[in-house]
Ligand binder design. Structure first.
Ligand SMILES: Nc1nc2c(ncn2[C@@H]2O[C@H](COP(=O)(O)OP(=O)(O)OP(=O)(O)O)[C@@H](O)[C@H]2O)c(=O)[nH]1
Ligand SMILES: [Mg+2]
Ligand SMILES: [Zn+2]
Length: 341
């Protein structure tokens, strides 16, 4: 592999080269990484710079693609297998959307002016499910209530929580240190969380547009409108995304147990294998809450999220729900296979 290849800053390495060679069947084909996806087109970084490309179905930002330009138009002919992909479902579970592909880290922004550990927990399920490593990034720490950082650390065991206030340049160096050449991170979080502001602090310049939040409820104004790759000055790739209101979990499976490993371990100790974790005797989860070993609020959120995943009313046979999850897992794997036109 040529280290001076113009795609190296985008993460081009031996792995991608090998994957590319396995799929690129014609010598005039060229590789590229999708750096921006709008509603109808996408921009691909190539060895000759950024170019607009067409595709039968749009890839995701972060995808490595095979490009064909034989009749003056740049066309995506194949999408390379993804290492990890962050996906979300619409509320009706009909549409699956790949937010970012080939990511190593998911920065879950937790705005200090709108504290919600439950939302961060929900997003951590999606992050674990993606195959990448979640990192909670508290933003606007200057506006956070006392104790919010501790609450996040308690509610998200095993996840690093970084405290930042990008406008004051606080904590930004820790985020920079998590970025490496060849590493891709995506920022997740609601509109107005300060994602683009943090990106600018990492860049050291006001490149990404930012917008204010509404006075009454601190919601943002959807300033960022497309998903976009930003090359970090010290190497590595950051993907800024528009804030989304609803992050449906859809067919999540491993992500839920990964985000709640402590609870997943306890479930195995309930007396009844079909325990609904309500008032039945011998429930290990309720016992752990009573003993002060498990946060009751965290348990309620877990049960809510699990209900959403299984989309089956609570109290019905747990084994049936488990079986459904197994089925979902298979279907999801099939759906996740990148399309190769
Ligand atoms: N007080 C304070 N305000 C901040 C901080 N970081 C960002 N903000 C403000 O929060 C508002 C929203 O910031 P953005 O960076 O546009 O938020 P975003 O997450 O990119 O929002 P979308 O692009 O809409 O998803 C702006 O008014 C920022 O100035 C911070 O550390 N402290
Ligand atoms: Mg933004
Ligand atoms: Zn139980």
């Amino acid at each position: 592999m040529d280290p001076s290849d113009a795609l190296v800053p985008y993460g081009w390495d031996e792995r991608v080269l090998t994957a590319y060679r396995a799929v690129a069947s014609k010598p005039h084909f060229q590789p590229g990484r999708v750096v921006r996806v709008d509603r109808i087109s996408c921009v691909v970084a190539t060895r000759t710079g950024d170019q607009i490309a067409t595709a039968l179905s749009l890839p995701a930002v972060g995808d490595w693609v095979v490009l064909d330009n034989d009749d003056d138009e740049l066309r995506i002919t194949a999408v390379l297998d993804r290492t990890a992909a962050l996906t979300r479902h619409d509320a009706d579970r009909e549409r699956v959307q790949v937010i970012a592909a080939n990511i190593d880290l998911v920065f879950i922004s937790a705005p200090g002016d709108r504290p919600s550990a439950a939302r961060v927990e929900r997003e951590s399920v999606l992050a674990w499910e993606s195959g990448a490593t979640p990192v909670v990034v508290m933003t606007k720490a200057d506006l956070a209530p006392d104790g919010y950082a501790d609450e996040l650390r308690e509610r998200l065991p095993g996840v690093e929580v970084v405290i930042t206030a990008a406008l004051q340049n606080d904590g930004v160096d820790r985020i920079a240190a998590l970025m490496h050449p060849n590493r891709t991170a995506v920022m997740l979080g609601p509109s107005g969380a300060g994602k683009s502001t943090l990106a600018n602090a990492l860049l050291g310049e006001e490149r990404m547009p930012t917008g204010d939040v509404r006075e009454d409820d601190r919601r943002g104004r959807h300033t960022t409108s497309s998903r976009e790759i930003i090359l970090m000055p010290g190497g590595g790739v950051l993907i800024d995304t528009p804030g989304v209101r609803t992050l449906g979990l859809g067919d999540v499976d491993e992500g839920l147990d990964a985000a709640f490993t402590d609870i997943a371990d306890l479930v195995a100790q309930c007396k009844f294998s079909d325990c609904g974790h309500g008032s039945e005797p011998g429930c290990a989860l309720r016992a752990a809450v009573a003993a002060g070993d498990l946060d009751g609020v965290r348990l309620e959120n877990y049960l809510r999220l699990e209900d959403e995943v299984t989309a089956t009313p609570r109290g019905v046979n747990h084994a049936g729900r488990k079986a459904k999850r197994e089925e979902d897992k298979k279907a999801q794997r099939a759906a996740r296979r990148p399309n190769q036109q």
